[in-house]
Write a protein that binds this ligand. Structure first.
Ligand code: ADP
Ligand code: MG
Length: 615
């Protein structure tokens, strides 16, 4: 029989290897950033276009490459970082496998420009799908620039598999932050589609964390420091009262490399025992340093999982160090009993100049005009100052025009159609009652309807926002003075992605800066004071869940805004408001459940009542 085994050509082998190293644009980001760090750079710029799908470029001021190395670096297993197997147990660099560039060059259009400090001319190389297209000497700045364009251009299946730009950008930001957190002594910048998302100057660790996660983070952190023979720990853990629902701010670094470890996570969590409310997650930024020969990094191609020689000892040390820090923090306020924390100047105000208070004058004020009732306005979240329109009505701006009783159909809900036979719903219920500031009760022909006011309102607002976002027709109200809100770079990146959708709900942005937004108009359903709450909630909801399509992003946004703005249980509703709530609910496309899939109303039939009384 003839033999059938053949050696794969290099470019095919590289494409296969690429599958392991490069899953998405963020993988390229990670490899290029790590190479720049290994090259000793003190300034690293990351430039992406369309979430890295069309361009990922990393420019560093590191040591550069010679002509020969510039060519060799694209070969598989070509590395300057290890020479023999033993070196694997004494690693001081991020890379060592020598396969990243070969893999990337196999599945993208790559352009390399590099110059060593002592050389006059640098090297410019173009390589596409593992094929060298051009190489020439060139006048270049010191350091290296890699541009990776059109990722997966020759593997359409992989390219189609990529998620939306929002999702891919989120992954890129995650990688960028991990690398930036591990190297606060390096200046990092990230640009996306021409705008600067992060600019992180060289700083100490605490400042780096604050620069990434906003100024508010500073007061939330407790330092941690421990040094033993097998492990030293540095960094910060979050105060328990600032714990959050998501695990977004939990980082372990081992010898300056970001790693994931559920075992070490457990150690930290056990130190928080009894200090956290159920389901909440503390933040932590923990930097462990261990002797290089006690770890094995080589067990995972992306190197985010590593093996420790003595995990149990690390667990115990980490747990007790965390406990110790938290303990110190818990004791501190007791020693400081003389101090009234309410009098402390917030950190960010310390260097702020005093502002002259502004006076608002209502030029339309007429003392003889009868005053409108605004009793429930504030707790309700609708602008009482919009006198022309009774406040309740803002509840269904945008819905009202569509609300034509004779057009209502309930085919989606079999229950509903049988409930309201005889066109009961077509005329609004004439009398409603609110019980326990929670339910609206309304008699109907077949019995009675009990509506959960909060869930019903969530449904109404959700459909309203979703219509606005998808149809782009919301009206906004101009603010007298533009509102400036501060956010972290991370949060700003999400806001920038959401900008078009937010604009369709009625937001008007005057500027989106590096760490702040200036808002000059808001949706009619939102009061100015609610804007920060709505946006913060929105960002945190979207951080939790990574939407996989632009529709699910809009959907999450409408849900989040509906949740923030719906009247809460415990809010008193006037009779008119109750009645409007009922009408608006039944004008909704899907009225039986809230956007979070909880029932909005139940019915009790006369027979149900009869049964109860027959005992
Ligand atoms: P590894 O990082 O595992 O060695 P790579 O494929 O990522 O493998 O890189 C191959 C080699 O190219 C590196 O060992 C290094 O010598 C060189 N190199 C890559 N990027 C840079 C850079 N930004 N500056 C200088 N040299 C670089
Ligand atoms: Mg590398």
């Amino acid at each position: 029989m003839s033999s059938i085994i053949q050696l794969l050509p290099d470019h095919v082998a590289n494409q296969i290897a690429a599958g392991e190293v490069v899953q998405r644009p963020a993988s390229v980001v990670k490899e290029l950033l790590e190479n720049a760090i290994d090259a000793g750079a003190s300034d690293i710029k990351l430039i992406c276009k369309e979430a890295g799908k069309t361009l990922v470029q990393v420019i560093d001021n590191g040591k550069g490459m010679s002509v020969t190395d510039a060519r060799l670096c694209f070969e598989r297993h070509a590395t300057s970082k290890i020479r023999k197997a033993e070196d694997l147990f004494d690693l001081h660099t991020k890379g060592f496998r020598g396969e990243a560039l070969a893999s990337i060059a196999a599945i993208a259009h790559v352009e390399l420009k590099t110059r060593q400090d002592q050389e006059e001319l640098g090297t410019h190389i173009i390589i596409e799908g593992s094929k060298f297209m051009a190489q020439e000497p060139s006048v270049l700045p010191k350091g290296t620039s890699f541009s990776v364009k059109n990722l997966f251009f020759n593997i359409p299946a992989r390219r189609n598999f990529l998620k939306s730009d929002v999702v891919e950008l989120r992954h890129i930001i995650d990688e960028f932050q991990r690398v930036a957190l591990a190297h606060s002594n390096i200046h990092f910048t990230l640009y996306h589609n021409g705008s600067e998302l992060f600019n992180l100057p060289q700083s100490n660790l605490r400042q780096r964390i604050v620069n990434i996660f906003s100024g508010k983070t500073n007061e939330k952190l407790v330092p941690i420091q421990e040094s033993t023979e097998i492990l030293s720990i540095q960094g910060f853990v979050g105060k328990p009262e600032f714990a959050k629902k998501n695990r977004g701010e939990q980082f372990f670094f081992v010898n300056d490399r970001f790693i994931k470890s559920s075992y070490l996570h457990h150690a930290v969590m056990s130190a928080y025992e009894g200090l956290l409310r159920d389901g909440l997650q503390p933040s932590y930024f923990l930097y462990l340093t261990v002797p290089t020969h006690t770890i094995d990094i080589n067990i995972h191609p992306t190197k985010t999982e590593i093996k420790f020689d003595d995990e149990h000892a690390l667990y115990a040390i980490l747990r007790s160090a965390t406990k110790h820090s938290l303990g110190q923090f818990n004791v501190a306020p007791i020693l400081d009993f003389e101090r009234d924390f309410n009098l402390d100047t917030p950190y960010s105000y310390q260097n702020k100049e005093a502002e002259t208070p502004t006076i608002q004058i209502d030029s339309n004020f007429n003392p003889f005009q009868e005053e409108k009732k605004t009793a429930t306005g504030s707790s309700f979240g609708f602008k009482p100052k919009k006198e022309a329109q009774p406040q309740w009505e803002s509840l269904y701006v945008g819905l009202k025009e569509n609300f034509e009783p004779e057009e209502m159909h309930f085919e989606s809900e079999a229950v509903t159609s049988s409930l309201f036979s005889d066109h009961e719903v077509e005329k609004a219920p004439t009398s409603t009652y609110q019980i326990h500031k929670k339910y609206i009760v309304s008699p109907i022909k077949s019995g009675m309807l009990i509506i959960d006011q909060q869930r019903a309102h969530q449904r109404i607002l959700y459909e309203q926002f979703l219509t606005n976002i998808t149809v782009h027709q919301a009206s906004s109200q101009q603010l007298l003075f533009p509102l400036t809100l501060y956010f972290s770079g991370n949060e700003m990146a999400i806001l920038k992605e959401l900008k078009p959708s937010l604009e369709s709900t009625g937001f008007i942005f005057e500027a989106l800066n590096l760490d702040s937004v200036v808002i000059s108009g808001v949706p009619v359903a939102i009061t100015e004071s609610e804007v920060p709450i709505v946006l913060e909630q929105l960002i945190s909801d979207l951080q939790d869940e990574i939407p996989d399509s632009s529709f699910s992003q809009m959907d999450s946004m409408a849900k989040s805004m509906a949740r923030s703005l719906a009247v809460k249980t415990g809010t008193y509703l006037t009779e008119k408001e109750q009645e409007n709530m009922v009408n608006s609910l039944f004008a909704c496309k899907e009225n039986s459940v809230s956007p979070f899939n909880k029932p909005t109303f139940i019915t009790l039939s006369v027979e149900d009542l009869d049964k109860k009384f027959s005992i």
